[in-house]
Design a protein around this ligand. Structure first.
Ligand SMILES: *Cc1c(COP(=O)(O)O)cnc(C)c1O
Length: 372
């Protein structure tokens, strides 16, 4: 009896005190993955050579965990600047993953416009879910422009949306997640020219793609380029980077928590970037393996496979089959991402991360079995 009463009181309290838009959200769900062939999260499947691990452990031994980390992470910034050849005119800001950079930017931009309305964050649909989530919980107005049926960008609709909503922020993932494609560069150029506020080109998958906007960072006033080391093989470190004009970055830096990059991340990332050749080799291997996986998937008549410039592949099953196939793969011990519940353009779609060759073979076998 007592318990029920207390539960009721908590529910009432939550209703009274928690922001309604937060109550309406569901927390970002990450399924447990122990013992699965894990092909759901765009991770690099490869490990470091043993000698490299030993060298790293030597560095870790020297770390003083009793001290706060360098609040500006300046040594790490220097390594990243070199490793990603950030243009001279661009400053850089680091985040605990690029997710945190999205949060910092939108916290700084979440003001009301002159009519007292929440300002708009504009992107495309489907795209990376964090843009919508963070816009919502920072109290901003999120608007997305549907992609064409082949997941290309409808540039005219996008330009119209810019005119209609005067967005404070535009996010374009290039390549896009979860579709895997690059948009037309000339279309993005038009959007950059028309952007009234800031535009972020999110290059989380730059290592797997043929094109990038990185060299424009710091050259165009309102263009920021965002990157992460997560998809390059360092997802566990949580490290993202924003490059662009220092005037913008200085504002966003004000909402950064002082020690957002812990000492283990700073030391380890610097070490890993010193051995970038290893990461680059792994990336090249993933790109090669991707082509093989695309070609194998394309042989399966009942699937529609989309081209990919990222380390994952999106494919569409026959109508209303995606969830059954996803569950069957799971029973076979293979975890991929079921996008079908999101509905809309993603109905019947599944997304698989490119794994090691033997993992991809296990996936393909399980998939063929699921399709029988
Ligand atoms: C994975 C991903 C990110 C997030 O990267 P983290 O640095 O791990 O937070 C950002 N943008 C896109 C498009 C992604 O797919």
């Amino acid at each position: 009896m007592k318990e029920n009463k207390s539960q009721k009181n908590i529910a009432e309290s939550i209703k009274q005190w928690v922001r309604p838009e937060i109550r309406a959200l569901s927390a970002y769900h990450v399924p447990p993955a122990a013992d699965y062939v894990k092909l759901d999260a765009m991770e690099n499947p490869y490990h470091w050579p043993e000698a490299m691990v030993d060298e790293w452990l030597g560095l870790v031994k020297e770390i003083e965990l009793n001290r706060y980390p360098d609040p500006s992470a300046s040594a790490l910034k220097d390594s990243l600047r070199k490793s990603m050849s950030v243009p001279d005119g661009a400053d850089i800001l680091l985040g605990n993953g690029s997710d945190e950079l999205i949060q910092m930017m939108l916290m700084a931009l979440a003001r009301k416009d002159s009519k007292g309305q929440a300002q708009t964050v504009l992107s495309v649909e489907p795209s990376f879910v964090m843009y919508d989530m963070v816009a919502t919980y920072t109290g901003m107005n999120y608007v997305s422009v549907p992609l064409n049926d082949d997941f290309s960008l409808d540039v005219n609709a996008f330009l119209k949306a810019i005119e209609q909503h005067t967005p404070a922020m535009i996010f374009i993932a290039y390549p896009n997640n979860p579709t895997g494609n690059l948009f037309e560069r000339t279309d993005l150029q038009k959007i950059i020219d028309a952007a009234p506020g800031v535009i972020v080109i999110d290059e989380a998958y730059h290592a797997f793609a043929d094109d990038r906007f990185k060299n424009e960072a710091g050259q165009v006033d309102n263009l920021l380029v965002m990157r992460t080391v997560s998809k390059m093989g360092l997802a566990g470190l949580r490290l993202g980077l924003l490059a662009g004009k220092s005037e913008w970055l200085n504002e966003f830096d004000k909402v950064r928590l002082p020690y957002n990059l812990n000492v283990l991340t700073q030391v380890t990332a610097q070490f890993a970037l010193k051995h970038q050749a290893i990461l680059d080799e792994q990336t090249a291997q993933i790109c090669q393996t991707r082509e093989k996986l695309i070609s194998e998937l394309s042989k399966i008549k009942s699937l529609q496979v989309y081209p990919s410039q990222a380390n994952f592949i999106l494919f569409r099953t026959e109508k209303n089959r995606a969830t059954t196939i996803f569950e069957s793969l799971k029973t076979s011990g293979v975890l991929i991402k079921n996008l079908s519940p999101a509905g809309g353009a993603l109905a019947d779609c599944l997304r698989v991360t490119v794994g090691m060759p033997d993992e991809n073979d296990i996936f393909l076998d399980a998939l063929k079995q699921a399709l029988q």
